[in-house]
Design a protein. Structure first.
Length: 481
């Protein structure tokens, strides 16, 4: 070490600076390459995880390329201690506030004020011959849960998943468990109420809203307790009675909605006055404190190839050559394995979509024939029937769906799946690509280096028949009154 130091010292300051800079850049370049290859965890915080029809859970398999959840391949999952953020807001909402809220509505847990089906857009009404104006106050409780993560040091792979790896059935493992797994989940729960009252003025009643806030937060009760000690219990009781009387005069109503709460057997969230409302807030707060409840707002996924248990059971021997004789390092094999796993997941997803739409069309055809036809003809009154879109409020004439469900078009759906899996000649396509990957080594050669697989990736964007997808299974639209 001393000799090396003296050598550097003899070189001179200018050369030393140049060499040090070069060494630094080499180190940074190497580090950047390793980080890019290893990939690391991916944080998802967009609408891929907001669909309430899916169930993100800790330890569940996941495929990024297809945005699909697979089986849970871990057992006895241990969770780290989560953290919580809590916030409470009390704000007066006038008409301009609701308009601004409408323009900034998102699809995440930030639920819009306009989600309430109530009189938010009405400005006034007639009460006993007087013109009264609506005013709104929003009270909101938010609970954010995060750092709820799998403790990987004490959580192991499930027995079935281990067996797949020990048998070297790597495609089977990724098909069942995905190429990634869910490591941590962040959740959000909300309890939102809108207090609506009437007043003779177009301006908000600041005195009433101040009394309302005191009553909700409990400061009003604390004030009454202090006053009862200084004066008489009857005087303190008069304070409560005075507000109750004011609330009745202002026609105070409470509209409440909650999102992402856990189930509490003894809880009731129904509020018909301030006393029951405060009880509902307490129960909602308790229901928010389970780390497994709440709408998913963030999700961290990590490749299986970076899991210690996975690496322990898979045989990625250190000395491996690819089919060109080039020596592969361990991190290269992990990268290739992950790339191929995602590619195989895309093949599986595309094939399932093609088969699903084929089966969907067949069943849809059977429903129409058995329910709405006799002797091959639509029943009287059905010729002009409108069908309801299963995903939105639009409708189409039943004949439009009939045109997509002819025997020839249904058969073509299966032909399209055949072309994808076996190619035009029956010898190419997805099946040949998968065989090539496995024969040449799933962690030795990337699909990008296999011509038949590179040609296949353009087929992943096959367009599914939207009429069949949206209107099967068929429902007759309700007539508008």
């Amino acid at each position: 070490m001393t000799r090396l130091f003296n050598r550097f010292k003899a070189i001179g300051m200018r050369k030393l600076t140049r060499i040090s800079w070069t060494l630094c850049m080499v180190c940074l370049s190497t580090l950047s390459t390793v980080l890019e290859v290893s990939g690391g965890p991916t944080i998802i915080r967009d609408n891929r995880i907001f669909d309430l029809a899916t169930t993100p859970t800790l330890g569940r398999g996941y495929s990024i390329s297809t945005n699909s959840f697979q089986s849970t391949c871990m057992k006895s999952i241990k969770i780290t201690e989560p953290s919580y953020d809590f916030d409470y807001t009390f704000e007066s909402l006038e008409k301009e506030d609701t308009e601004q809220s409408s323009s900034t509505t998102g699809t995440t847990a930030d639920i819009s004020f306009l989600a309430f089906d109530m009189k938010t857009q009405q400005t006034s009404t007639e009460v006993e011959g007087k013109r009264m104006y609506y005013h709104n106050v929003k009270v909101e409780i938010n609970m954010h849960t995060y750092y709820a993560s799998i403790n990987e040091s004490s959580t192991q792979l499930g027995d079935s998943a281990k067996t797949l790896l020990l048998n070297n059935d790597i495609p089977g493992f990724f098909h069942s468990c995905g190429s990634y797994y869910v490591r941590s989940i962040g959740r959000t729960a909300k309890f939102t109420s809108v207090f609506t009252y009437l007043d003779e003025s177009t301006e908000k009643n600041e005195a009433f809203e101040f009394q309302l806030e005191l009553a909700i937060t409990g400061f009003g009760g604390a004030l009454a307790k202090v006053l009862s000690q200084e004066t008489t219990p009857a005087f303190a009781l008069n304070i409560k009675d005075s507000f109750d009387s004011m609330a009745r005069k202002q026609k105070l109503t409470i509209t409440t909605k909650a999102w992402g709460l856990g189930k509490n057997q003894n809880a009731t969230l129904i509020a018909y006055d301030l006393t029951t409302y405060k009880a509902a807030i307490k129960e909602a707060f308790i229901s928010m404190q389970n780390p497994s409840t709440g709408r998913v707002s963030t999700m961290e996924v990590i490749p299986w190839v970076e899991n210690a248990s996975f690496q322990n059971f898979i045989n990625l021997e250190e000395d491996t050559d690819n089919d060109t004789g080039e020596r592969l390092l361990l991190f290269e094999k992990k990268m290739i394995l992950n790339l191929n796993a995602e590619f195989l997941a895309q093949i599986g997803r595309t094939d399932r979509n093609l088969m699903d739409i084929y089966y969907k069309a067949m069943i849809c055809r059977q429903i129409i024939d058995s329910s709405w036809k006799r002797g091959g003809q639509l029943l009287p009154g059905m010729e002009k029937a409108l069908l309801q879109n299963n995903k939105n409020v639009s409708t189409i004439p039943i004949q439009d769906l009939e045109n997509e469900l002819t025997p020839e078009k249904i058969d073509n759906l299966l032909v399209e799946e055949d072309r994808f899996m076996y190619g035009e000649d029956g010898q190419s396509g997805a099946r040949a690509c998968m065989r090539e990957i496995m024969n040449r080594g799933i962690f030795k050669v990337s699909w990008r280096d296999i011509p038949i697989c590179k040609a296949l990736r353009t087929k992943f964007s096959i367009t599914i028949n939207q009429i069949i997808d949206n209107y099967c299974m068929p429902q007759v639209a309700k007539s508008k009154k």
